[in-house]
Write a protein that binds this ligand. Structure first.
Ligand code: UDP
Length: 237
């Protein structure tokens, strides 16, 4: 059997239900648009555990998501969606490509969250786009775009508070959304929420607890992910 889709960190498999897929978390890590690659034992397991707990928490807080249930250590069932080809990035503090683009130092707190949209395209390197590009490229309708903004801000507020309980600062993160295959008028949060797609800094020490440890060769990558999982477990217990 072949996966329906294989991405950099996950595979999607069909199930008996045409509206449900199995999402498998891989141990592969990539950075800089796939230029830097590595394998980390346990990464799939850790990200699945973290993402499952966070999705459960978001659902409880009233955020509709693709999540159905955890199957095992590296697999979950998700509702089948048509992923929007626009990624949503939310920033609370300056880091990463924001610093590169503006020359501003890392760690500056913004007065309000910054929302960015990027085209989901490895080939193009996920270029930053604005509302007019999204309209002309038909990546989302005006109504959908308004919904993405509103949902992203809501998820951001929930996660800022949630990670604060974990002793972590939510610096920035990426969200993906999809139209339900069974009901394309409904958009839900999709993909994963894990240290692969979030910048998380320890509130006390400022230590990086996310994929920047891999991007910047800081070492102890999986130790940091495991620590995030422990704190997320405590916060959801
Ligand atoms: N991000 C992601 N996937 C992407 C691009 C960004 O998960 O394809 C996440 C990244 O981990 C960070 C946030 O989105 O938490 C903002 O990333 P940034 O634009 O600074 O990109 P970077 O240059 O760091 O990949």
């Amino acid at each position: 059997m072949n996966p329906l889709y294989e991405g950099k960190a996950k595979r999607l498999w069909a199930t008996e239900d045409p509206n449900v897929l199995r999402m498998e978390f891989k141990n592969d890590a990539t950075a800089f648009n796939g230029e830097k690659k590595a394998q980390f034992e346990n990464k799939g397991r850790l990200n699945n555990a973290i993402s499952t707990l966070i999705y459960g928490f978001l659902e409880k807080e009233g955020v509709p998501t693709h999540f159905v249930r955890q199957i095992d250590e590296t697999n979950v069932e998700v509702k089948k969606v048509d992923i929007l080809m626009v990624e949503v990035i939310i920033r609370n503090f300056s880091a990463g490509s924001f610093c590169k683009r503006t020359g501003i130092e890392e760690g500056r707190q913004f007065s309000q969250p910054i929302i960015e949209f990027c085209i989901k395209s490895d080939e193009l390197g996920d270029p930053l786009v604005n509302d007019d590009y999204i309209r002309e490229l038909a990546l989302a309708t005006a109504d959908e775009l308004a919904f993405l903004r509103q949902s992203a801000l809501k998820v951001n507020q929930i996660l800022i508070d949630f990670f604060a309980k974990c002793g972590l600062k939510l610096v920035d993160f990426k969200l993906e959304f999809g139209r339900l295959a069974a009901d394309p008028a409904t958009i839900v949060l999709a993909d994963e929420i894990s240290p692969d797609g979030c910048r998380l800094w320890d509130l006390k020490t400022g230590e990086k607890m996310d994929k920047d440890r891999f991007r910047r060769d800081l070492g102890n990558v999986m130790e940091a992910y495991a620590e995030v999982l422990e704190r997320v477990k405590e916060a959801t217990a």
